[in-house]
Design a protein around this ligand. Sequence first.
Ligand code: NAD
Length: 289
Amino acid sequence: EKKVVLITGCSSGIGLSLAVRLASDPDKTFKVYATMRNLAKKERLIECVKSLHKDTLDILQMDVTSWQSILDARDRVVEKRVDILVCNAGVGLMGPLEVQSLDSMRQILEVNLFGTIQTIQAFLPGMKARGQGHILVTGSTGGLQGLPFNEVYCASKFAIEGACESLAILLQHFNIHVSLVECGPVNTDFLVNLQKAELGDTSLQQVDDLTLNLYEKYLQHCGSVFQNAAQDTEDIVKVFLEAIQSPSPAFRYFTSGDVPPLTKLKATEPGGSRYINALSKTMFSSEEQ
Ligand code: NAD
């Protein structure tokens, strides 16, 4: 019997790659429900899987910010169960905190936090009733350590960590595993899709010069990190596979293979200043601080 997998946010990036990999498994181990908010964006996925058999992939509409849309997608799972749930949909928000509108901040939390939690809520009762299941969540380094100009994004990803860890403790009693796949920079549409304050934006006119100066440095740093150190989605998919195939999955996986040095630094120094100083130096190094 095939393992039924449902993935959110499959129109691009990690979700798309994971859906393609699982649906093209040579042993046809999986039946994949690749879900996306906007079905008009399904062409890319279809293009990647066009040589595949229909029996391993289905594409469903699902907007994680709409409870009705989540329930409709759940109803369309013909097996009437999901063995592996991958909460992957997410968006970024970048810029000086003082220019972020309440609406845009809410939107990030709606997708990243409540979207993830509501998706889990919809599939949890079924998993509990069957006494098995695996919930995987695409986590971020930004959920483990603060990053300047990403306050609200980090807040949403930190919140996910808390929700997942809390849930994992309880779900042990139901034979349901929870795993976070912690990603650093990945080559996806993430940077294109995120809401980002651009340096010429009128909204930035009210911001002080030092902040703008540091923001410019941050954007340069971010650009070079993505250019030089970003992983490909295939690397991320390998880690998802490892987690999915493990008989006793870990709670946390790091896609780079190990805990990033600065996350380690943060964990070993409770006072927190060493992490804050080290990150500031890394990002704004040409600035004497
Ligand atoms: P991406 O932008 O290519 O993919 C995100 C997907 O989520 C998109 O397909 C988007 O349409 C979808 N999405 C957005 N709002 C949605 C909604 N309301 N309902 C359903 N789907 C929605 O970027 P990605 O890098 O593949 O992102 C996937 C996950 O990885 C995100 O949770 C992101 O936070 C996380 N992540 C990405 C990086 C990175 O550097 N790319 C790093 C760490 C974590």
